[in-house]
Unconditional design. Structure first.
Length: 94
C-alpha cells in the first residue's frame, strides 16, 4: 500500500472516530426544547454577530452541535446559514 493511501486511510479512521465520539455525546441528550437560557444566549449571539456581518452574509457554522446559534441567525432573516458537524446525532437536533 502506498504512503498516500495509508495516510488517507488514517485520516478517514480519525474522522470516523471523531464522529463516533460526538454521536455518543449527543445521542442521549434532549436538546430539542429551546429553553429561556438558550433563547437569551441566542439573542445575545445575534446581536454580536450583527455588529460584524452585513445583512445578506452567508454563514457556515462548523461544529454546530445542536445548532441553536445558527437557528437564531436564520430566524433573523438577515443571513444565509449552513451547518456542519462531525456528528450525525448533533445534526439531527440542528
Amino acid at each position: 500500500m502506498s504512503q498516500t493511501s495509508t495516510n488517507k486511510n488514517h485520516q478517514q479512521d480519525r474522522w470516523s472516530q471523531e464522529a463516533k465520539k460526538w454521536d455518543q455525546i449527543y445521542a442521549p441528550q434532549n436538546t430539542w426544547e429551546e429553553t429561556e437560557d438558550i433563547r437569551q444566549l441566542s439573542e445575545e449571539f445575534l446581536e454580536i454577530v450583527s455588529n460584524f456581518l452585513p445583512d445578506g452574509s452567508r454563514v457556515l457554522e462548523a461544529g454546530c452541535g445542536s445548532g441553536w446559534q445558527s437557528l437564531a441567525l436564520a430566524r433573523s432573516g438577515k443571513y444565509q446559514v449552513s451547518l456542519l458537524d462531525f456528528s450525525s446525532e448533533a445534526l439531527r437536533y440542528a
